[in-house]
Design a protein around this ligand. Sequence first.
Ligand SMILES: Cc1cc2nc3c(=O)[nH]c(=O)nc-3n(C[C@H](O)[C@H](O)[C@H](O)COP(=O)(O)OP(=O)(O)OC[C@H]3O[C@@H](n4cnc5c(N)ncnc54)[C@H](O)[C@@H]3O)c2cc1C
Length: 429
Amino acid sequence: MEKYDVAIIGGGIAGLTAAIMLANEGQRGIVFEKSTQFGGRSQTVNKNGVYMNLGAHALYKGGEAMQIFNELGITIKGAQPPTDTAQTIWKNQVYHVPMSFRTLFSKQFLNGIEKIQLAKMMAHLSKMDVEAVEKESIQDWAEREIRYPMIRHFFYAFCRTATQTHAPSLQLARPVLRQMQRGVKEGVLYIDKGWASIVTELRSTAEKVGVKLLNAMKVEKIEHDWQVKRVIGSNNEAYEVENVIITTPPDEACRLVPHVENTSLDRWRKEAIPATASCYDLGLRKLPDKNHQFVLGLDLPVLFTNQSRTAKVSEDGMTVVSLVNYHDLTKDRKTEIQTSKSLLEKSMDLIQPGWRGEVKEQQYLPHIAVTHNFPHIKRSAIPSPDVPEIKGLYVAGDWVGDEELLVDASLASAKRAASHILKRNQVLI
Ligand SMILES: Cc1cc2nc3c(=O)[nH]c(=O)nc-3n(C[C@H](O)[C@H](O)[C@H](O)COP(=O)(O)OP(=O)(O)OC[C@H]3O[C@@H](n4cnc5c(N)ncnc54)[C@H](O)[C@@H]3O)c2cc1C
């Protein structure tokens, strides 16, 4: 039987990061990935030289993930999209958002007072003390703090884009406001050649520091007697370990663990609310309307962004754009999914008339989990890295942890899981 200090289940960005952190401290680790490719939801599809992430992806410069990449010496190549121009869809028309002097006097959906209020709201977001915000939903916060209905529409659109989640009545205000503040103050990066370039760097770093990487190897079971004993792979082979970090979605995590019903892991699974979306990624020969690069739906939960305006995401200068329809988590998702494609196509007709003739590559993802959970008001317990009932069992991923969101939650929880194991194994860090 092969023996390791730590087994990591899932070779996405969280699993690879945790493995590197542990190996850096001398722990012998093995990563199991069920797919042939590493990267999970941070994969990028290369379609004839057009690099498409699984939906629009932006890395927050002020987030935990960026900080951890820096700590690990992972080079992130990309660029920040400009924030001085944006448009919005409102009642089937596209309007400029008054973000700069140039667009202040263009055809508007906001009156003079609303323009001033919008500027005030953006200024307030960048300066406010987010940490002082009480436990309440972002909807309760916005209904109290933002007086003008049009400004609230704008705020919710910004909130959807920043968190990639459409559930204002459920989302906790503080993490949402923190994310929006980071967006306003530090901005985001679009990544050259897509997020797979980060995965490639993580993979080669993991190999260099001695992590064993197994792809096309699904884990079927984690055996324990309330202390982790071994991991059973799909080849029926057993791997002897004392510590396991699970980075799979919560349902799959519970499937792997016998007697899970008596554990916190099962409670975390029951409380998790996945945020889902439909994504339409397009490689266009050219952009029909170059004035429209970043468009937020105000009365529609959609986003349009041209990632190729700053990042190198094609080999031959193609324009690579992404459209997202955020599913309303308080509604029946089946209906949402059925109508998503036509909603995105109609939005594209408004934003980029004539786009259909320019399509060279495309990818449509009708239903993808952007995050398997997010900080919400119904959560009674915060999934923490260690499953307290089973010694040596840890979890990481975007559904685990404190108040981080998206990939920041994945990497912050991966770091926490790794440091708990190091403490347990008495490695001083
Ligand atoms: C459309 C979309 C847009 C997004 N936009 C953003 C954004 O703008 N900013 C941001 O920060 N984040 C964004 N995200 C989120 C980000 O992509 C994820 O948070 C991150 O990729 C999650 O990484 P992970 O390693 O935690 O999980 P995953 O990537 O899901 O990795 C889990 C891995 O476990 C493997 N696995 C599952 N079961 C088993 C098993 N039994 N045995 C072995 N392996 C198994 C899976 O194959 C997978 O590779 C977006 C996600 C999506 C889908």
